[in-house]
Ligand binder design. Structure first.
Ligand SMILES: [Fe+2]
Ligand SMILES: [Fe+2]
Length: 160
């Protein structure tokens, strides 16, 4: 699943966790939450390493940043207003849900808590306090942007 051995070691306990692995069954932006989180994790690891920041916390926080176990999308995305409301509510609440789930299963340090709890800034009003928090915030947005075509195809497939 992860080719970089050091990264695999840094996040191995998370990937072995049964509850966390359920993210592989939860759809997200046309992929699974697990696929999305792995991509954010790999990017954050690489960049944090390049800047000589705390890449272990960056990778762990990134992997756990969307640890919510429900499909946030409604069944009828053509109903735009309702879809927007659901999206907005999920956008506000899921960092706290992910933080609760992550703290229940793992011991988190302050950086990891910052990464998970504030990754939706500026939709949620409190900005990250750590540079790793900012890094993952931006990596998440970048990966989500790249996923738009996937998501679009996924929605079109549903309508058919
Ligand atoms: Fe998120
Ligand atoms: Fe995300």
């Amino acid at each position: 699943m992860i080719e970089d051995r050091e990264l695999a070691r840094a996040v191995g306990d998370i990937l072995e966790n049964r509850e966390f692995r359920r993210l592989g069954e939860i759809s997200h932006h046309g992929n699974s939450v697990l696929d999305h989180s792995l991509e954010v994790c790999a990017l954050a690891w690489r960049l944090a390493g390049r800047f000589r920041w705390d890449r272990v916390s960056a990778a762990r926080g990134a992997l756990l940043h969307d640890f919510f176990l429900y499909d946030w999308k409604i069944r009828r995305p053509e109903n735009r207003r309702r879809f927007y409301e659901v999206w907005k509510m999920h956008g506000f609440t899921h960092p706290k849900t992910a933080l609760d789930n992550a703290s229940f299963h793992f011991i988190l340090n302050e950086r990891e808590r910052d990464i998970i709890g504030r990754h939706m800034f500026p939709l949620t009003p409190v900005p990250p306090r750590t540079r790793e928090g900012w890094l993952v915030n931006l990596c998440d947005k970048w990966v989500s942007l790249k996923e738009i075509p996937l998501y679009w195809n996924h929605l079109r497939g549903r309508k058919g």
